[in-house]
Design a protein around this ligand. Structure first.
Ligand SMILES: [Ca+2]
Ligand SMILES: [Ca+2]
Ligand SMILES: [Ca+2]
Ligand SMILES: [Ca+2]
Length: 280
């Protein structure tokens, strides 16, 4: 346990800074207070009386929410000792601290195959035009897992429909990881929805998704197969998809289709629109 605390110390500093400017403060005073004090105040305040009689086990080493972190560890981290997933991103507090993501920020998650799941609050899709709720696009990722678009509900999402053989798609891919990394902790994610491989075989199997991700150093979801084509068809009939790639769409934090872009050279317009939505 002490080893884990030592390992986490650098993280605790970063977390303090983050927590200070989040709206979560109302949850935290109890936790922060205990971290500094001895923890006895809480035991008495709750008036149970039994806790102390039980012997040496003090409350600080208990793990009532079963997330693998003791109350003392949670106090040091600023996480909720009675909630296994403090920030509600679908990843429990211990899993996040072990992986190095912030357990108090729902937009901070490990990546590389470990994605958040905030789909429980996502509305059902309503259509494919501007202002409609985007459907739950699903495909296999580059880590042999499955990704659903609605897992990222609450984030601004850039969906890039691309193919391996498409030169402008490759150019866009070169810049994608950096664009994401610059904004990910503010609640932004990119999903590359691959509709074809390098040569035009008509699908984007796992082996190709691995190659595409490796070629451009992509650690956000690169998906293929699944129901990508049926969503693309819907977008075609609504007129947003003009049958040319790269075709990129921005979906806002409410999963509403905000804007669409066709072709390379649109990156700066996209970045500017993403930044506007992140600030709203
Ligand atoms: Ca716990
Ligand atoms: Ca917890
Ligand atoms: Ca979490
Ligand atoms: Ca998190």
């Amino acid at each position: 346990m002490s080893l884990r605390l030592v390992a986490l110390l650098p993280l605790v500093l970063a977390l303090t800074a983050t927590t200070a400017c989040s709206e979560k403060e109302s949850d935290d005073p109890a936790g922060e207070g205990e971290g500094e004090g001895e923890g006895e105040g809480e035991g008495e305040g709750e008036g149970e009386g039994e806790g102390e009689g039980e012997g040496e086990t003090d409350d600080g080493s208990a793990d009532p929410d079963g997330d693998g972190l003791t109350n003392d560890e949670e106090a040091a981290l600023g996480t909720d000792p009675n909630n296994a997933d403090t920030d509600g991103d679908g990843l429990d507090d211990a899993a996040e601290t072990d992986a190095g993501s912030d357990p108090t920020n729902p937009y901070s998650w490990p990546g590389e195959g470990v994605w958040p799941d905030m789909s429980a609050d996502a509305p059902a899709g309503t259509g494919y035009d501007y202002g409609d709720i985007m459907g739950n696009l699903t495909g296999g990722d580059q880590y042999d897992g499955e990704v659903q678009l609605h897992q990222f509900y609450g984030e601004v999402i850039l969906i890039d429909f691309s193919a391996g053989w498409c030169g402008p798609c490759q150019d866009v891919a070169e810049e994608s990881e950096a664009m994401w990394q610059d904004r990910r902790d503010d609640g932004f994610v990119i999903v590359h929805a691959m509709i074809d491989d390098w040569r035009g075989a008509g699908s984007a199997p796992l082996s190709f998704r691995e190659e595409w991700a490796e070629e451009y150093g992509l650690t956000f979801p690169v998906i293929g197969e699944g129901d990508i084509y049926s969503h693309l068809e819907g977008l075609y009939y609504s007129g947003l998809f003009e049958n040319a790639i790269p075709f990129m769409m921005i979906v806002d934090r409410e999963m509403v289709i905000d804007s669409a872009y066709t072709g390379g050279g649109t990156e700066s317009s996209i970045a500017s629109r993403v930044d506007t939505l992140l600030e709203e």
